[in-house]
Design a protein around this ligand. Structure first.
Ligand SMILES: [Fe+2]
Ligand SMILES: [Fe+2]
Length: 269
């Protein structure tokens, strides 16, 4: 019987996107079934790779070299969905990585329940977007993609609080800010399959930000620290750049992210 950490490493070391997400879903189901049976799998310990395995395509480019396309054109819409699919695949790995990387820090089982669920959600999101791309005559890998997606994971590879601050509470929260605009764009183009996929993503991403906020606050509480001050210090340390309004204040609130966490990190200049 594999431990949860070993299952995480299996996902991280699988390169193909459809294969990675199928394994991710199967492992999530194993974890949930064992939990439901009252016999949780051992967390264990494993050595996650420094970077997850990735398919040969897409080519990974410096974001300044990724060609820009007009979002109003059909090709622009494909490019946008391709970019989101790339983010979702990276998110699958990010959630399994947080499971495998920090096993030295004792955490309640609920921590693992949450990230297994998030990884399973991202696996579904990736497949929904691949289905859209294929229905539009393209596929994941047909265009170049952002090369530095894993940077935040490497920067916070030895800091669980830093990881929670930067990944769910900054990057995934940013997703809540920008997704309504994307849904509007695809609504205007009457792309029903993409609208449905983006609505699913938008609804489920709130929980991922909430998991981040929950466990960040929990860890700060266990240490007797003020979560807001620790959050500001860690984002300034690990996140390159300022946070950019407009923020989706309502969804951020739903996810347990109050305004005094993120507004002070906006560049005032
Ligand atoms: Fe997602
Ligand atoms: Fe997510």
């Amino acid at each position: 019987m594999l431990t949860l950490a070993e299952m995480a490493v299996e996902v991280l070391t699988t390169a193909d996107g459809r294969a990675k997400t199928a394994l991710s879903h199967a492992h999530a189901a194993r974890w949930r079934a064992a939990r439901a049976a009252g016999a949780p799998l051992a967390i264990g310990q494993a050595n996650p790779p420094q970077r997850p395995a990735r398919p040969e395509k897409p080519d990974l480019l410096d974001p300044r070299e990724v060609p820009r396309r007009r979002p109003g054109s059909p090709l622009g819409r494909i490019a946008l969905l391709h970019a989101v699919a790339h983010i979702e695949l990276n998110a699958v790995d990010l959630h399994w990585d947080i499971i495998a990387r920090f096993t030295d820090t004792p955490m309640p089982l609920g921590f693992y329940d949450d990230w297994v669920q998030a990884a399973d959600d991202e696996s579904k999101h990736f497949n929904l977007l691949c289905d859209c791309l294929e229905a539009m005559g393209s596929h994941y890998g047909a265009m170049p993609a952002h090369a530095f997606m894993w940077q935040a994971a490497e920067d916070t590879a030895s800091d669980l609080l830093g990881r929670l601050a930067v990944v769910p509470m900054v990057l995934e929260a940013r997703g809540l800010d920008v997704t309504p605009g994307m849904i509007a764009l695809f609504t205007q183009a009457k792309e029903t399959q993409a609208i449905a996929a983006l609505n699913t993503i938008y609804a489920e991403e709130v929980a991922h930000v909430a998991y981040g906020s929950k466990w960040f606050n929990w860890l700060c509480g266990r240490a007797g620290d003020d979560p807001k001050e620790i959050f500001h210090a860690l984002v300034r340390k690990y996140f390159h750049g300022n946070l950019k309004p407009p923020f989706n204040e309502e969804k951020r609130a739903e996810a347990g992210l109050p305004p005094d966490f993120y507004w002070p990190l906006v560049d005032q200049a």
